[in-house]
Design a protein around this ligand. Structure first.
Ligand code: ATP
Ligand code: MG
Ligand code: MG
Length: 347
């Protein structure tokens, strides 16, 4: 038993709390005002600002261990409670800034797309000239689901841009053959286990499907991607579930970004693996033995229900292989992840 504090109120927190409750823990949540669907599964939920260090300290007082489901939690108010946090907030510090993240991964032998930090228009024009087009201009911080990204197809495109009021990064467009992710769990003792990598399909910058088996192109690159992911996890002294996203290219795996948390491309593990990413994250942060990450199905397909897709979702219940997850969100705004369906085949 004991109390687990979860920072963030979205579906990842909801599914973490469901796994924690099954293991006999009590969960409490903390997030700013909003549609905090994790609150449905938490014994108590506190709505306060992220920068309210006092409120976060008071929340921490009530928890045996604290984790997060949202990677953009400001780090400063977490430093005083770092001892009770898992993973350590240094993982957030690294992953919250695309420039830091890429440099960190390069330092550990990873290869990101060619990139340049952009602060001015002349810097952007210079970068497009040097790195070529097409490319993508991304805000260094706060982006998710493809938000804060602009595709640039030519120098002329760049000339017509208005830079956002925050630091950005320009990345050369990677002509990938496929996208995949490495999801691992690392325990307090440093043991690492991996789930099978899925092939991830995005539509409009948002994950649409994760599929396994992936086919030979991805399969051939998973070992190298895992090796890098393990180095990153070790260097961060990471405890819990960590995700690295990759592009499979002719030149091998190209690092896209990391998520220091459970990941949408791992939702299939609830039905398709011996132990889900959510349960293993809870096990890791609570110091329990890690569960088996083996895939127990012969094929897996996870499909996100985004925006209006969620209407009529119950139709899939006629399919005996389908498992429906709805997050209980009030409004189906465009581009909003409302739920997912996992189809698993056995034999
Ligand atoms: P997430 O919700 O995964 O955190 P995000 O907003 O951080 O998303 P990215 O992962 O950077 O966004 O990009 C979203 C998607 O856009 C990628 O999965 C990929 O399909 C495409 N993309 C991003 N950068 C590149 C690139 N340099 N070359 C080719 N495609 C890219
Ligand atoms: Mg991201
Ligand atoms: Mg991404």
């Amino acid at each position: 038993g004991g109390t687990i504090g979860i920072l963030g109120g979205g579906q990842l927190g909801r599914m973490l709390a469901m796994a924690a409750v099954q293991l006999g823990y009590r969960c409490i949540g903390y997030a700013p005002q909003g549609d905090n669907v994790a609150a449905d599964v938490c014994a108590d939920f506190f709505t306060n600002r992220w920068d309210d260090a006092q409120a976060i300290a008071a929340f921490a007082q009530q928890c045996d261990v604290i984790t997060w489901e949202f990677e953009n939690v400001p780090v400063a108010p977490l430093l005083p409670i770092a001892e009770r946090l898992a993973p350590h907030p240094r993982a957030l510090e690294t992953a919250q800034d695309r420039l830091n993240e890429k440099r960190f991964v390069e330092d550990h032998g990873g290869q990101p797309a060619a990139y340049a930090a952009i602060d001015t228009m002349s810097g952007l024009l210079d970068a497009v000239d040097r790195l070529g087009a097409p490319g993508i201009l991304k805000t260094r911080r706060d982006g998710y689901d493809g938000k804060g990204q602009w595709r640039i197809d030519s120098v002329r495109d760049a000339e017509g841009m208005r830079l956002p009021d925050m630091p950005t990064i320009y990345e050369a467009f990677v002509e990938f053959e496929a996208e995949f992710s490495v999801i691992l769990v690392r325990g307090h003792d440093g043991e690492i286990r991996y789930w099978d990598s899925t092939r991830n399909l995005h539509v409009g910058g948002i994950l649409s499907q994760s599929i396994w088996p992936t086919g030979p192109v991805v399969e051939a690159q998973v070992a190298k991607a895992r090796e890098l992911s393990a180095k990153v996890a070790q260097a961060l002294g990471y405890v819990g579930v960590l995700t690295l996203e990759f592009f499979a290219t002719r030149e091998g795996p190209v690092f896209n970004e990391m998520a220091p948390r459970v990941h949408n491309s791992g939702h299939w593990t609830i039905e398709g693996a011996a132990t889900s990413q959510f349960e293993n994250h809870i096990r890791a942060i609570c110091g329990l033995p890690l569960g088996d990450t083996a895939t127990i199905a012969t094929s897996v397909e996870m499909t996100n229900l985004v925006g209006k897709d969620a209407g009529g979702a119950q139709q899939c219940l006629g399919d005996p292989t389908a498992h429906l997850h709805l997050y209980g969100k009030a409004k189906a705004r465009e581009g909003r992840k409302m739920g997912h369906v996992t189809r698993v085949a056995f034999g």
